[in-house]
Design a protein around this ligand. Sequence first.
Ligand code: PMV
Length: 314
Amino acid sequence: MSEATSPGKIILFGEHAVVYGRPAIAVPVAEVQARAVLHPAGSGADFRIIAPDLSQDYELTEAKPDDPLATIVQTTLQYLGQPAPPAATLHISSTIPLGRGLGSGAAISTAIVRAMAQFLYRSLAPAEVSSLVYEVEKLYHGTPSGIDNTVVAFEQPVYFVKGRPIQRMRVKHPLTLVIGDTGIVAPTHTVVGDLRRRWQVEPERYEGYFDEVGVIVNQARVAIEEGRLGLMAIGELMNENQELLESLGVSSPELDGLIQAARQAGALGAKLSGAGWGGNMIALAEPQVAVAVAQALTQAGAVKVITTEVARST
Ligand code: PMV
């Protein structure tokens, strides 16, 4: 038997612009997890995939060619030089809400890669796990930047630029984040595709927004790593990033409502996180204000609220 988990994630700064080569910052969220468990089956048995949360139960040989779960299993087997799947049953479960910007797809794939490697007595470096998961992210997202698989496979705060090796980030002071879920599912590839069409019509306008986002991300990196300007500066940068996300056309009335509620309850800053049009927003709060922010989000209609801390790191 082998068992592996993976955390969820949130993007702190820079979503969307990261698809166009600008930097972004993301952190893992350990309060939600994907889990993959592999049990050996009798010799000659087929490899079976059971994912009750996704209402899936099938044999690998019956999977459709673009099935994301089967694809990550097959990609991993190939990478590990395993010609045939082992006789085993793979159980997948997750507490990460699907399609809400918390990285559920990347986390499920990561847990599967880790469990498969363990089952076959192999060990994979985080960079190897990340690039295997990226292959499947392409199926989910179309043109993924690669930030989700990176932060989830490395399980630490990252400063990410598409196509470049990961840059780990120090965190000078812990960050308390309150995450509010609009309950609205907005597929990432739809939002990213819609923005791409608008970018194609008015490239200069959108490149200008992406540049502005890039400047904010770099300022946020300094603020998080050096802590000299305090939490207020990080909150202010989140608000500025949100304004640009609104200009990019990826916010929504529901997200705006939750963001407003968090700010009124004393959050230092708030923005949407992930693709937008639905999914989650995040608010930065002083620890003693986090409960009030969480309550305000629930009152404003959030279907789920998670409070997480980005720990201090050196
Ligand atoms: O919805 P999520 O968390 O998968 O976020 C997508 C982030 C984007 O920047 C919009 C897309 C990407 O591939 O980075």
